[in-house]
Design a protein around this ligand. Structure first.
Ligand code: 13P
Length: 371
């Protein structure tokens, strides 16, 4: 294990103004996403969609890394270049989801345990050869009547720590993702309680497994009211509760926290991240590793049609730009309306042409000035 390399990858992933795109939807999940735009989930459609995201001009200004699914790491662009290489050429670090999904936890109805440790050492070595430099493992914790059990929290923390130790052995930065789901009618206070218990258990297991925290990233949920809770917490309450919870549980050696969006709307996810960064300086970088919050509007703009690719890429660039601003606490909802930076860049690129056209009109005596 080369600790300096691990540290360098982890800190690069949380560079100022940048975050991660989670594009690692498993075959079942991407099918659900494509169903929402009435598109069949064929291998070619999945490949084209991921290529659309990865080749977005300028995305590297705000995107430091992309988490891929196994299939995508083995796919090539239409020009025959491996998609991981397409990303690396833009200075974006390719990563890979390595867990095999959350399954029912035997003897604990309503709770889940993430599988995928068997054969993981061998898979990690192959993934590194294919160009991945970081990984992700997602554990799921459910809040409900009498849930979660401490047993479920600890079993998932144990698996996360075993995974993290194996990643370090393979020279890969593990993203550890214990997601406390926002499904249910629980209060924000209950979410804070469960998130605190989950993170305490996780960092205790990481310590037991001798995992160097400087070489990992944490991907947690924000502390939020349950989706069906009648009293929904506001932006500042969410930001304060989340920071309070993390200050009590997350060691300072951790280079960064990269939040999941977990069912928040794209704008909410950006506003919450922005509010946390605006609260001042924190011991760790506070960044994003969003799936749905970066991709939902892109899928809607694309609709699976080749003629919509440019519009979809512009939408992706704009969402990434908003979250890039939220990394500095500089996001404002006005950004949702103002012309995105890609448009300004495009105009600037064409500026010399605009000047020439204007001069031609002036010389011909036609008034080209704005009304
Ligand atoms: P969401 O941002 O859609 O929650 O996805 C993030 C992720 O990678 C879940 O594992």
């Amino acid at each position: 294990m080369n600790t300096d390399e691990l540290k360098s990858v982890a800190t690069t992933l949380v560079s100022k103004g940048k975050g991660i795109l989670a594009a690692d939807e498993s075959s079942g999940t991407i099918k659900k996403r494509f169903d929402s735009i009435n598109l069949e989930s064929t291998e070619e459609n999945r490949r084209s969609y991921r290529e659309l995201l990865f080749t977005t001009q300028g995305a590297e200004e705000f995107i430091s890394g992309v988490i891929l699914f196994d299939e995508t790491l083995r796919q090539k662009s239409k020009d025959g270049i491996p998609l991981a290489e397409v990303l690396a050429k833009k200075g974006i670090i390719p990563g890979i989801k390595v867990d095999k999904g959350a399954k029912e936890l035997a003897s604990f109805p309503g709770e889940k345990i993430t599988e995928g440790l068997d054969g993981l050492r061998e898979r990690l070595s192959e993934y590194r050869d294919l160009g991945a430099r970081f990984t992700k493992w997602r554990a799921v914790i459910t809040i409900g009547a009498g849930l979660p059990s401490q047993f479920c929290i600890d079993a998932n923390s144990h698996a996360l720590a075993r995974y993290a130790a194996l990643c370090h052995e393979a020279g890969l930065v593990p993203i550890v993702e214990p997601e406390v789901l926002m499904d249910g009618d629980h209060t924000i206070e209950r979410c804070e309680e469960v998130t605190t218990a989950t993170l305490k258990s996780l960092f205790s297991e990481l310590k037991n497994h001798k995992v160097a925290l400087e070489g990992i990233l944490l991907k947690p949920n924000m502390v939020l009211s349950g989706k069906d809770c009648p009293a929904q917490a506001g932006v500042s309450e969410i930001a304060e509760a989340t920071i309070r919870c993390f200050r009590q549980t997350v060691p300072e050696e951790m280079p960064g926290i990269v939040f999941l969006s977990g069912g928040q709307s794209p704008q909410e996810a950006t506003e919450h991240l922005n509010a946390m960064n605006a609260l001042g300086s924190h011991p760790w970088e506070l960044s994003f590793s969003y799936g749905r919050a970066l991709q939902e509007p892109v899928l809607k703009a694309w609709m699976g049609q080749a003629e919509n690719v440019t519009k979809a890429q512009e939408t992706f660039y704009h969402r990434a730009e908003c979250n890039g601003a939220a990394r500095h606490g500089n996001y404002s909802p006005d950004m949702e309306r103002s012309p995105p930076k890609w448009l300004v860049n495009q105009l600037l690129r064409n500026y010399p042409l605009i000047i020439v056209v204007k001069h031609m009109f002036l010389n011909s005596g036609v008034d080209a000035s704005p009304p």
